[in-house]
Design a protein around this ligand. Structure first.
Ligand SMILES: [Fe+2]
Ligand SMILES: [Fe+2]
Length: 153
């Protein structure tokens, strides 16, 4: 599968989960926790396949995206810290919803930079076959990806 199409699919999945969260009632604590767990699993797996496969590939093949990739890794770190904090909280906590909103905003900003600023540069610089191979590697790697964030990364 095309690497960029695969990553964009993941972005869509996460965006839908955030929408579901927003549609929940304020006191739907069990559903809130379930959705945040699902968002955390999706994002952790996604960050893992990007950091271990797509980002190193992009860096090596397209030197022009070096700074974008570095910024992306720092943003992943912010996401991991926020997700780890949420995992230690209860949806009843006063700060819970605000922290989910911040997580969503950081994700949106990060996804926009990937999809609009630098994935197109990779698409232009790299052939379809190579992107297909990298996509296949990422599909396989999903099965050994962690599903809990490590905030020390
Ligand atoms: Fe991404
Ligand atoms: Fe990313």
């Amino acid at each position: 599968m095309d690497a960029i199409a695969l990553l964009k699919n993941d972005h869509q999945t996460v965006s839908k989960l955030f929408k579901q969260f927003e549609n929940l009632g304020e006191h739907a604590t069990t559903s809130k926790q379930g959705l945040v767990t699902k968002i955390t699993e999706e994002l952790t797996t996604h960050a893992y396949i990007e950091e271990t496969i797509f980002y190193p590939f992009a860096r090596e093949r397209v030197p022009d995206v070096e700074d974008d990739v570095k910024e992306g890794i720092e943003e992943h770190h912010v996401l991991k810290v926020t997700m780890a904090e949420l995992a230690a909280m209860s949806p009843d906590d006063e700060e819970y919803d605000a922290k989910v909103t911040v997580l969503k905003e950081v994700v949106e900003h990060h996804v926009e930079e990937e999809e609009d600023d630098w994935f197109p540069k990779v698409r232009d610089a790299v052939g379809r076959n190579d992107l297909g191979e990298v996509g296949d590697q990422m599909e396989v790697a999903k099965s050994d990806a962690p599903d809990r964030p490590d905030p020390s990364e």
